[in-house]
Every structure is written in structure tokens, then in C-alpha cells.
Design a binder for this molecule. Structure first.
Ligand code: ATP
Length: 143
């Protein structure tokens, strides 16, 4: 069975490091799925959900705020600004942070950095989406 050596790294920690069957990541051009022996590639990633199919066919869901993916012949690495496994995400915290940011957007105060607030909203939405997908996760049956 062919696998991919896959790592997700943030400035704070290694979020994931394991052999996987495939992974799907959000890029500016849409989602891309990487299978073993994919051609080398570098792409920038947008806020969203990374889905990883593990060797036991289980799906791992990770929230990503943005970063880069590097596909090399021997491994695939994501350098993330922030990334959390769905199981580690506090959904209420993400939802509250999203609502605070949405409120700031509507207040239209001059001192507010709107692009930063927009980025915050996208980051928190990715966390909420990851938790929800994780909740609905299923084991893919191969037979
Ligand atoms: P908040 O607005 O909720 O206070 P924050 O702006 O401090 O969040 P970030 O800067 O995005 O959060 O992240 C800071 C650290 O907290 C990172 O390590 C991130 O992984 C973690 N983190 C942030 N939000 C959550 C969450 N909802 N669940 C789990 N970890 C989180």
C-alpha cells in the first residue's frame, strides 16, 4: 500500500505527522487532493478544512487559517499560520470569536482594520466547519 509522509507544522507546534493515504487541501484555485506519487508542487492555502484519509481509512479533519503546501517526492508538508485538529477545537470559542468579528464589521468604525477582521472571520469559520465535518465523519468502507 502506497502512503504519503505528511506533516502539518505551525510556528507553535507539529499538529500532525504521520503516513496517510491521501489529503485534500483548500487552495485559491479550489480544493486539491494529493495522492501518493503526486508531482512536486508548492501552493498557497486559504482558510478552510484539510481532510486527511488515514491508513485505517479514518478521516482526520483539521482547521487551517492559511499557509503553504509543499509536495516533495518523499513527503508533503503544510506550513500553517494556525491549524487545529477538529477534536481539539472549542466550537463555542470559535463561534463567539466569529460573532465578535462579524459585529466589528457591521460597526464600520474608522480604526478597524477590515481586512484583518475579514481574515479573522474566515479563520473562525474554518474552525466551525472542521468541527461540524468531524462530527459527521464516517469510516470509508473499501470492500
Ligand atoms: P479568540 O478570538 O477565540 O480569543 P485568538 O484570536 O486568540 O482566539 P488565534 O490567534 O487564532 O486565537 O490562535 C491562538 C491560539 O489559540 C492558537 O494556538 C490556536 O490554535 C488556539 N485556538 C484559537 N481558537 C481556538 C479554538 N476555537 N479551539 C481551539 N484552539 C483555538
Amino acid at each position: 500500500m502506497s502512503t504519503i509522509h505528511f506533516e502539518i507544522v505551525t510556528p507553535e507546534k507539529v499538529v500532525l505527522k504521520e503516513e496517510v493515504l491521501q489529503l485534500t487541501v483548500p487552495t485559491k484555485m479550489g480544493e486539491i487532493t494529493i495522492l501518493p506519487h503526486h508531482i512536486p508542487l508548492v501552493a498557497s492555502l486559504i482558510p478552510g478544512v484539510i481532510e486527511v484519509k488515514k491508513t485505517n481509512n479514518e478521516l482526520e479533519t483539521v482547521a487551517l487559517s492559511g499557509g503553504f503546501i509543499e509536495v516533495l517526492p518523499t513527503k508533503v508538508v503544510i506550513l500553517a499560520d494556525t491549524a487545529e485538529r477538529a477534536a481539539d477545537i472549542d466550537e463555542a470559542r470559535a463561534e463567539e470569536a466569529r460573532q465578535r468579528a462579524e459585529k466589528l464589521m457591521t460597526e464600520k468604525r474608522e480604526e478597524v482594520d477590515f481586512s484583518a477582521v475579514q481574515a479573522k472571520i474566515a479563520k473562525e469559520l474554518a474552525r466551525v466547519k472542521a468541527v461540524r465535518r468531524h462530527r459527521n465523519r464516517h469510516i470509508i468502507k473499501t470492500d
